[in-house]
Design a protein around this ligand. Structure first.
Ligand code: 1GP
Length: 251
């Protein structure tokens, strides 16, 4: 589990997981409640909360609503220290290792560290890698970083390996929300082979085929955000895909 401290190499060949990303900017209470209920029905593994640019002031209320209506772990996916919320269960403590902007490699972390230590949040040290997806994403613009070229799996593999060797416990390969193209299976496979820690993959997964390709290439956890906002039924479809995948592994 992401909330379990013992990330061993074994985790990576084990069970696949499905995380739903809820972006406070794109959700009202009613829409959020509907999505939470679907997450419950389909036993989604994690609910991530965050976005690259939060313009609304509803994140606190939204997390309160989520926590009230589900037992699924709620994990913050913050774009800055402003989005730390102690109501959540955990936080992806993201170091943007695809970029060369010290603010997102270590700067925000120094500001956040005392707050995190004083909180009960489970801190998950995460190597966050933005990958070019055909058009500039909010995440790449807001972070002032150049994303990894989508067709350079070797750079991605070395970057992820450096992250692991630095002690990061999870790698998150992200094409960015609403990405035109998801991360290629070639890149996912190259990263998977280079590391022993769990691999999260997200960005632009808007059909079952893309999700299946990411899982087959070696993603341990797939994240879907954008598409479920327009098509909530998609939660059930991806949950079923992940379940089938896990049943096969168990056989
Ligand atoms: C974005 O990986 C997440 O940071 C999810 O992307 O919104 O495109 O599903 P989507």
């Amino acid at each position: 589990s992401l909330l379990d401290q013992k990330h061993t190499p074994k985790n990576t060949t084990g069970r696949k997981a499905f995380a739903v990303l809820l972006d406070p900017d794109n959700l009202d209470e009613k829409g959020c409640l509907d999505l939470i209920q679907r997450c419950n029905t389909h036993a989604v593994d994690y609910i991530l909360v965050g976005g690259s640019l939060v313009t609304q002031t509803n994140q606190t209320a939204l997390i309160r609503l989520i926590k009230k209506n589900t037992a699924i772990p709620v994990i913050l996916f913050p774009s800055s220290t402003l989005h730390i919320d102690v109501q959540a269960d955990g936080i992806l403590f993201l170091s943007l290792i695809s970029g060369r902007n010290p603010e997102f490699l270590i700067g925000q972390h120094v500001i956040a560290a005392p707050l995190l230590k004083a909180s009960k949040l489970k801190v998950i040290p995460t190597g966050y890698m933005l990958v070019d997806s055909g058009r500039q994403t909010t995440a790449s613009y807001m972070s002032g970083t150049t994303p990894l070229p989508y067709d350079k799996p070797a750079i991605a593999a070395s970057t992820a390996l450096a992250g692991e060797l630095l002690g990061l416990q999870v790698i998150y390969l992200d094409a960015g929300s609403g990405a035109q193209y998801p991360i290629t299976p070639e890149m996912i496979a190259a990263v998977r082979q280079s590391i022993n820690i769990p691999l999260i993959v997200g960005g632009g997964i808007n059909n079952v085929q893309k999700a299946a390709a990411a899982l087959a290439a070696g993603a341990d956890i797939i994240v879907v955000g954008n598409h479920i906002e327009n098509d909530p039924i998609f939660i059930g479809k991806i949950a079923q895909l992940v379940r089938e995948y896990n049943n096969e592994i168990a056989l």
